[in-house]
Design a protein around this ligand. Structure first.
Ligand SMILES: [Zn+2]
Length: 313
């Protein structure tokens, strides 16, 4: 056996015994969602979280996004929220849904290569949908997403409705169907994640006229969702959140530069400060704890994100 092979085997053995490459069943720490007494009233009964993949904060000043800008003016926001590294989709959307960076939750590029030692009843690291379902099963939830990878961030059975809609950003009929769902079903938590403007950034360049055109189109979808919530009669009891997973530069992303790493975070609605700039620092994994704060849920102790309590009136 070659010396290098021996070293590799010793390395893998050391990693396994340290719990790095997938833990043995006896090493897994179970996490149970507490069912808290409803001591404090929720800040709002409804949250609509809308994500735009590859939406760099640098684009906001020039972007034709009247819906989003209206919520910036009337809500709490920052254009200096941070992605985690590398500035790619998988580590960042997972950080959003699991309230922690990949180093903690174990989901890295292209899949859960490094499994978490802490798992909930679904066998997942504690996450947003499972927390809501576990602590407040009476709250209804819906998850619509365009990129297939997003399906890994919601355990089967944790959300009331999960729908993968390929090409959602180019499918106005599907967008209108989601709006109709918001209007008629009135979910307590609705999460809608588009895989644009990232595709346009890769094909035409981030910050190109085509990229800004796509942002304008996405904003028109946001307007449909806002109107659906109005028509559903629960606008006054809703918090809207807009964010992204990372930005971009030229035809890509993945590096630690402001245009790739700084993402917008906009929080607007009931009990949220108006015209308020969130002082920061804010990281993408702070969003799930902030939603927990809105619903008055107990954040899993293994999360590293913190609720942005400064946004509340
Ligand atoms: Zn992305």
């Amino acid at each position: 056996m070659k010396k290098s092979a021996v070293i590799l085997i010793l390395f893998l053995a050391a990693c396994t015994s340290a719990g790095v490459v997938g833990d043995k069943p006896e090493n897994i720490i179970p996490y149970e969602y507490p069912v808290p007494a409803p001591s404090k009233e929720a800040a709002a009964r409804h949250v609509v979280l809308i994500g735009f993949d590859g939406w760099g904060a640098y684009s906001l000043p020039r972007a034709d996004m009247p819906t989003v800008k209206g919520m910036i003016a009337g809500g709490a926001s920052t254009l200096k929220a941070k992605s985690v590294l590398p500035t790619n989709s998988w580590p960042n959307w997972s950080a959003l849904f699991f309230g922690a960076p990949p180093e903690v939750h174990g989901y890295r590029e292209e899949g859960p290569f490094f499994e978490s030692a802490v798992r909930d009843k679904y066998g997942f690291f504690p996450g947003l949908f499972a927390m809501v379902a576990g602590e407040r099963p009476e709250l209804s939830t819906a998850f619509f997403y365009e990129w297939s990878g997003m399906g890994h961030f919601c355990p089967p059975g944790a959300a009331g409705l999960v729908e993968h809609i390929p090409d959602l950003a180019a499918d106005k009929t599907a967008v209108e169907r989601i709006a109709e769902y918001l209007r008629e079903t009135k979910p307590n938590l609705a999460v809608i994640i588009f895989d644009e403007p990232d595709h346009t950034g890769h094909s035409h360049r981030h910050g190109s006229p085509a990229y800004y055109g796509k942002l304008k189109e996405l904003d028109s979808y946001a307007a449909l969702f806002e109107q659906a919530v109005r028509d559903g009669g629960y606008y006054e009891d809703t918090v809207f959140i807009f964010t992204a997973d990372h930005g971009g530069f030229l035809w890509g992303h993945g590096f630690n530069t402001p245009s790739q790493r700084q993402i917008p975070l906009i929080i607007f609605g009931k009990n949220i400060k108006k015209g308020f700039t969130i002082p920061g620092p804010v990281v993408i994994y702070d969003i799930a704890p902030t939603i927990a704060e809105i619903f008055q849920l107990t954040v899993p102790p293994v999360w590293t994100g913190k609720a942005l309590t400064e946004v509340f009136e």
